[in-house]
Design a protein around this ligand. Sequence first.
Ligand SMILES: Cc1cc2nc3c(=O)[nH]c(=O)nc-3n(C[C@H](O)[C@H](O)[C@H](O)COP(=O)(O)OP(=O)(O)OC[C@H]3O[C@@H](n4cnc5c(N)ncnc54)[C@H](O)[C@@H]3O)c2cc1C
Length: 507
Amino acid sequence: MNNAETSAQSNPSTSGDRYLDKYDVVVIGSGLAGMTAANVLGRGGHKVLLLERHYKLGGLATWFRREKGEHIFDVSLHGFPVGMIKSCKRYWNKEIADRIVQLPNIKFDNPQFSLTTTFNREDFTRLLIERFGLPEDTVKAFFDEARNQTHYDDQSKTTRELFEQFFPGRPDVARLLMEPITYANGSTLEDPALTYGIVFSNFMSKGVFTFQGGTDLFVKMLRDELVKNGVDIALNAPVEKIIVENGRVTGVRIADSAMDVYSPEIGGAPKNVSPLAGRTVRTSAVLSNANLKGTIFNLVGREFFDPDFVAEAEAVRLNNSSVQVYIALKKGETLDEEKCGDLLFTSVAPEFRADWLLSRHITSRTYSFYYPKTRPGTDRYYVVASSNANYEDWANLTDEAYEESKRDLIETTLDALDKYVPGIREKVAYVEAATPKTFRAYTDHWLGASFGTKYEGLAVSRALGNKIPGLYHAGSVGIIMSGWLGAVNYGVIAANDVDEYLMRVNS
Ligand SMILES: Cc1cc2nc3c(=O)[nH]c(=O)nc-3n(C[C@H](O)[C@H](O)[C@H](O)COP(=O)(O)OP(=O)(O)OC[C@H]3O[C@@H](n4cnc5c(N)ncnc54)[C@H](O)[C@@H]3O)c2cc1C
């Protein structure tokens, strides 16, 4: 972020005076679920305060600049389903929705197959029949079964069993169907088939989409809409406690110092401290967009919940984390769009296995290629290589070993990328890596989870309002509710719950 951007983002107000002492609802966290909930509630006429611990809005929907703003990297703008257009139009505005465009060239390259697809039902049907030799009836029945999965279905069936039912003895088919979804939301063959079915069908409806203009423009447009709808925003404002009195939520306490994360983006400038630092804000309701477990155990405290609920919340498993390598090409260097595509799923593993996908010894990488069309008006090309990763593999290294591991991640990624961008080392202007520790530091997600919690987190998240009146949660839980679209939609669902609660307590 350049300096102008920093101050625009960091200082929605310079004094604490413009903040109220009491709000209808405080939203903790400005991820896509938090921001969407704040927008829906603000638009509905409620007094909303949005508190974010970071110095910018967006959560994992983020970007960063390097080399005095010469390079810009998107962290999680790799692709989402078409449903994002409808959700943005309905819960944000038409201008935002109108910038959502398709990524038409999705590529796969692994020892079992190499192909290009538009990643929708029509093209996958063609591929499964012509390329993988499957009967048309089986393919149709599989798509119908995947699309008809609902929350009311028997959740004991796993995705592995779903594939075995339709494509027994075909690990290559399982790979085509599963690898991108594992990448998109961290789900595995052992997760409930319905979590796979819903996300897969969302993508299959029209393919993979992106936001033209980049995450920076996207978040700026969201911010403008929040301001228009009267939402008060405070950045650098980490909530340290959700206050519960007489069994219900009554306020939040904001820490007296900002998040302690080094960022070359702000070039060593003094950290902004929110004017709300150290203050308690009263509120009728809190909607937390922070990590589900962090909300329950750190922000509220286990003593406020019954033991059965505490046990249920403790048992919620977190999703995996990620590593990424961000690569900027020198001015004048280009990427071959025909060869690279928009999104390229690569693997050198002989077959698809979730544990291999997470291994520190990386065999699978997904490349997002950013052409000038991503941000019309620029002439620069970028590559972001992403892999799933385990927090534990990175968290306990010495500083020296950690830096060495990051260097190794960069070097091995450049080696692997050379197959698709020959001579990449000569073309690189700037390269940097992020690890599970990075994701943890910037969002406070336990274990640096990229996609929140596993499926059982959804029931715990939804139950909060019944445990402590006025307490709600929205954010990546349960696979379906994660990713850009899932987070936006979950924000709407939780906002409706809050709205209903406020109507009840205020009537
Ligand atoms: C590497 C990577 C790649 C991804 N790629 C894609 C993709 O291609 N497509 C896709 O759809 N999704 C992708 N995702 C997932 C997607 O980005 C997330 O699921 C989604 O953005 C999460 O939104 P959220 O609302 O759950 O909140 P988060 O983004 O998790 O944000 C939570 C916010 O709460 C704030 N917060 C936490 N604690 C506090 C506190 N105490 N006080 C104040 N603020 C607090 C955090 O700072 C953060 O801003 C990717 C994620 C990662 C990590």
